[in-house]
Design a protein around this ligand. Structure first.
Ligand SMILES: NC(=O)c1ccc[n+]([C@@H]2O[C@H](COP(=O)([O-])OP(=O)(O)OC[C@H]3O[C@@H](n4cnc5c(N)ncnc54)[C@H](OP(=O)(O)O)[C@@H]3O)[C@@H](O)[C@H]2O)c1
Length: 294
């Protein structure tokens, strides 16, 4: 099986470049090798490689910047994704793609199911939703995996920011009225590898069905609860911090250009039913990530 992986230097892409290796020949391309802002070159790259599977971990993920870079966000998250889907259809390749809880407005009072009504609050969410729709209408075999609050030992993310800030500041103010499930990039990559293996077997036996699946850790917390747990677990691992207190604040006290959903919880029932995978808690995976960072 020839697997084309795009975005191989991102949080999730970097992990995928490792976890996909036992499944076949992995051709892992970074931004220079597969630039999503050059659609025709991207198309030609896929045509040259002729993959059996495309795993797309590349995305425009600058949520706040997207508010002023709408065109670029749509180019990367929608138009380039449409090109991948069109080429996957021509090659009869499977397309695995990642999406986000930001396709929802967060007003539901419970975890979101895959088929709940979407209503993005920001441009990034709109561009990711349009990317999902381009895949769904392409006719290609696809799996769209929606995830949330990604952290990793590489790249820019909340865990690394809190470790830095807790070392520098005695007091931190963190938003407490947005809830979700922090999800380790390695968990996303390893779950993807299991799903891919399962899906390829289904494709052989002609039992495969395309669909959207939520892929997050189990459990839930707020950004404030997440920050407290990062500091608590890191202290147990002998990290040294100046921090004494983490104050819970409302979203209104920390205004950002892009609006965020208050409820980012996604139900993973459907993933468990089809693929037999049980998602670990965000705390357990956070502990592992911190050990690695140390
Ligand atoms: N991060 C989150 O909290 C979060 C939450 C929900 C869903 N997701 C989704 O999960 C997936 C993986 O996200 P992530 O956290 O791994 O994101 P990330 O760390 O920001 O990685 C995105 C990757 O896309 C690449 N990229 C950006 N512009 C590109 C372009 N024009 N052409 C080719 N590649 C380009 C980046 O390249 P460089 O390395 O060169 O910058 C980077 O390697 C994405 O689909 C994202 O929308 C993420």
């Amino acid at each position: 099986m020839k697997i084309l992986l795009t975005g191989c230097n991102g949080q999730v892409g970097w992990e995928l470049a490792r976890t996909l290796l036992p499944l076949g020949e992995v051709i892992a391309l970074n931004r220079e090798q597969a630039d999503f802002s050059n659609l025709e070159k991207l198309r030609a790259t896929v045509q040259t490689i002729q993959p059996d599977v495309i795993v797309n971990a590349a995305a425009y993920t600058a949520v706040d910047k997207a508010e002023t870079e709408r065109e670029l966000a749509f180019l990367i998250n929608t138009q380039a994704v449409e090109v991948l889907a069109q080429e996957a259809k021509k090659l009869n390749a499977l397309l695995i793609h990642y999406s986000t809880d930001y396709v929802f407005d967060g007003t539901k009072d419970a975890p979101y199911y895959e088929n709940d009504a979407t209503n993005p609050l920001n441009i990034y969410g709109e561009s990711k939703l349009a990317g999902e729709q381009a895949i769904q209408t392409s006719g290609a075999d696809y799996l769209i995996l929606r995830t949330t609050w990604v952290f990793a030992s590489r790249g820019q993310n909340f865990v690394k920011s809190i470790l830095r800030l807790a070392a520098e500041r005695e007091e931190l103010n963190i938003v407490a009225d947005q809830i979700g499930a922090p999800t380790w990039a390695r968990l996303i990559a390893e779950t993807t590898a299991h799903i891919l293996k399962h899906a390829q077997q289904e494709r052989v036996t002609k039992t495969f069905a395309s669909g959207i699946y939520n892929l997050t850790s189990s459990g839930e917390t707020s950004w404030h609860g997440f920050a407290e747990k990062i500091v608590e677990l890191a202290r147990l691992q002998n990290y040294e911090f100046k921090n004494r207190v983490i104050n819970p604040i409302p979203t209104s006290a920390y205004p950002l250009p892009a609006k965020r959903p208050a409820n980012s919880r996604l139900s993973t029932e459907r993933l468990t039913q089809r693929f037999g995978l049980i998602m670990p808690t965000w705390e357990d995976t956070l502990k592992l990530c911190l050990e690695e960072l140390k």
